[in-house]
Structure formats: C-alpha cells, structure tokens
Write a protein that binds this ligand. Sequence first.
Ligand code: ZN
Length: 380
Amino acid sequence: NNASSRSSSSSSSSSSSSRSSSNRTALLTELASLVCAAAQPCAQPCAQHVLFISRYTLYTRTWLGYLYYKREMRKAREHYPAGHSRAQPVEFNGIKIIPISVLSDNYSYLVIDTASSVAVAVDPADPQTVQAVLKEEGVMLEAIFCTHKHWDHSGGNKGLKRLHSSCRVYGNATDNIPGLTHPLSHRDSITVGRMQFKALFTPGHTVGHMIYLLDGRTIGAPSSLFSGDLVFLSGCGRIFEGSATTMLSSLDIVGSLSDDTLLWPGHEYAEDNLLFAAEVEPRNAARENKYQWVLQQRGRKLCTVRMMHRHCYASLACRPKRGFMLSGTWEEGLITSLQHMCCQMPECSLSSHLVLFLGLPSSFICGTVGSTAKVQHLEN
Ligand SMILES: [Zn+2]
C-alpha cells in the first residue's frame, strides 16, 4: 500500500473552491499520506504516530477508506486507460499466468488452468478490469486469493463475487477481508483445476497477510509465489501492523522457498526501490545492472514482475536521517533496518523500503544467514 503515500504530494495541490469539497480533499489527502511507516509505537511515541494510527484506522476500518480506494481507481482509469503496464502472460504446460495492471501501480493476477478453463484471481482490486480479462480468456472464476485487507488488494472481491456467485474468496480471517468465504491458516492447501496452491501466513504488513505459492512440481514448471505486499522486486512492504521481528520471520518464509521460485508481487515498485538502492550502494554492479534492466523494461511500460527470486539479495539499507549505520550480525542488522522502517521519515517516500536486489546467492536473502556480519557505512 505504499502507493498511497507516494501519490499524496501530488494530490495535495488540489484547488477546490467549495469548503466542503476542500475539506473532503484534505481528508482524502490525509488518508493518502500514510507516511508514518508503522502502527506500533516508536521508542518515543509522538503526535505524528498518533495521527498516523487515526488515519490508518480510518483507511482500514471505515467506509472512508473504501471511498478513497474508489477515487484512486477512477483516477487511475482516467490516467492509464490501458493500464500502467503492459501485461506479459506466461504459460507452463497449460497453466497460464496473466499479470493485470490495476490502479496506479498494483498488479492483480489471473492463474488459469487452460485444460478446464477455470481461473484464480489474486488480489483483483479493479473488478471491471479483471472481469474484462476473464471474458477475453473465456474462463470461469473459481476462486479469489486475497493477500490482505488493504483496499488496493481486496476492494474488488465483492464486485467479482456478485458476478461469479460460486466463486470462493480465500484469505486470513484476522484481516477483515471483504467477502471472505474460506478462511485460511498457515500452509493450507487449495486445489483449483490442476493447480495446487499453498497459503502461507506472513504477517507484518498487516496482521493477517497471506502469500500464495503455486506448486510447480505438478505442472513441470517452476513454482510461482504471489507475494502481495510482503516482498517486491528489490524491496519489501511496509510494516503497518506488526513488529520488525514478525516481518523478518515472514520474509524468512520467502527466503526458504526453492531457488527457482518466480516472484509475482503486488506492486510495480522496482524502479523506486533500485533508485533508493543506488544511494545506499552506489558501487554495487549487480544493483546497477538490475537497475538498467528495470529502466529498459519501464521505458517500454513492461512489467518487472516474474523475477527469479534465487538471485535476490537483502542489503541492509534504510535511508538514514544522518549517518545511520548498521552493524552486528546479519539478522540484527536486518531487524534494525526493519525497525527503522517503523519510524517515519516523511521527507522521503522511498525511506520505507528495505532494499533487496539481484545478484547474490539465495542464501543471503532476508536474513537467512544469521551469522554474516555486514556493516554499512553511510555518509551524512
Ligand atoms: Zn498493502
């Protein structure tokens, strides 16, 4: 849900004439600027944090959040009539994965068993757009997999369910998923057509965040991870609801997956993440190569999803205010980094990104190597 904070600066310049409309704009802008990175208190709770919790509660618990989501969806449809990115579907032995660009930088996915013409939709946030693809493909929607409650992931559940009444809606019960019919626990299995999925409980971004792993073994293909807002190419989600330790455990689940797992994240954040990584590690060639590739892709409006996660690398990088330095073991550093994400650094919208980028072996992903010391000396 980082997108909302990023768009806040541009939406705040609205010059609405009527008072009530400007109040509404201010409220929506407030909702949009979820810049304070976590719901749990800093070492020294501040007024900003209290304000953040109020805004976040309004966004996640009340109809104001839903109105905000609807407004963002309208804006995105005007802005990107053909979507923010061009879809590049892939097919493995009759299992087709179609990324669908929705809102300003979200991805929904359709996973289709072409033999039985049944589909799963992952986070179908814009029901109209997802329905158009279902129709084009001529398939039946059998299940919705919802990663978490944020409207930019769950907002389309009920709309699609109305169109496909037998469709099952999966997610974690602690996350207030709209339209939920099938609550899931960690490592629950779900079968749709020939497709075997495993749901993995990965709290931190929200209390009930789930990710979904399509088992590649049954279809003679690499496994595919639909990671929602837990992990993106070169970054991870904000810790809105949980501690750094919780988030690290969730990231470790991704780190433990097989090396050839394909990553299908919930947002197109790679360029921003790698731009930030460049500030932290300017001389890292792997980071630079990845960044150049991402620029090429984005120059042609192509997705950067579907990256092999085996090459991901966690860098202990979190934007410093002044001379922030990470030291100690890999895990200590990572936790420090994640905790730092919990404290707001509103001057930089990229500050909340833990940097993960391609180039080093998978054993380095997300703190799975606890004993490796890595010290980042950062200048003021
Ligand atoms: Zn989110």
